[in-house]
Design a protein. Structure first.
Lengths: 119, 107
């Protein structure tokens, strides 16, 4: 049975393995035909930055991993305008297509889901 | 003394607490997720660290960032701070610890 699941990524990409683990969860769920959306909240916004050169710290590139999501029909990626502004980030610095929403809309986004999983 | 800032200031109070007790002549190295301090206005506008009046020359080289951690995360030193923040490699990191009598990690 297909459910609407929102995965909330709340951490920057390389300081911990959470971002990577969240993505593993997303890809696994997609394989089971679930309807997945992703919200990059707080420092999770840093996962979207273009020009990540993670070879310098011998880790897999988080942005490259996110780039495959459309192949799994996962196209609802969200970030809040407030989180971007507070981090001095503009949309032009993001490496993948995301939907920019207001922080006030996050509650509604969560309400629309059957399940929410945080990483 | 040298402060090693290792956590994102948006998710941890590390940098905030460090700044509260840091001395005027202390050095700082942003490393690991600490490099995200470059995106934090409260750090870039901090008068204690970036005081533009008297010790500008003295300050030079005092705020450093580990280049590998910077590049990995897709960040750059902001244009406004090109003169006051220096990217260093691991060899220079070692030198920095040798040049400071004390080193404190914030994580």
């Amino acid at each position: 049975m297909t459910k609407n699941i929102l995965v909330i990524q709340r951490t920057a990409p390389y300081g911990s393995s959470l971002g990577r683990e969240g993505l593993d969860y997303v890809l696994t769920s997609a394989a089971y035909d679930q309807n997945i959306s992703l919200l990059f909240l707080g420092d999770g916004a840093f996962q979207l930055l273009s020009n990540q050169q993670s070879k310098h710290i011998n880790l897999k590139n988080q942005l490259s991993a996110l780039e495959v999501l459309p192949l799994y029909d996962i196209e609802n990626l969200y970030v809040t305008q407030e989180d971007l502004s507070e981090r001095n980030l503009s949309q032009s610095q993001l490496g993948i297509k995301v939907i920019v929403i207001k922080r006030a809309d996050v509650h509604n986004l969560i309400e629309q889901q059957d399940h929410v999983v945080g990483f | 003394m040298l402060h090693l800032i290792q956590k994102s200031p948006f998710q941890s109070q590390c940098l905030n607490e460090c700044l509260k007790i840091a001395g005027a002549n202390d050095s700082f190295l942003l490393m690991l997720d600490g490099v995200y301090a470059l995106q934090w206005p409260d750090f870039l506008n901090n008068k204690l660290i970036f005081n533009d009046s008297e010790n500008t020359d003295k300050r030079l080289q005092k705020i450093t960032v580990l280049e590998d951690d910077l590049l990995a995360r897709g960040l750059v030193i902001p244009e406004t701070h090109k003169d006051s923040i220096v990217a260093i490699n691991y060899t220079q990191f070692v030198e920095l610890t040798l040049n400071n009598s004390k080193t404190l990690s914030w994580f």
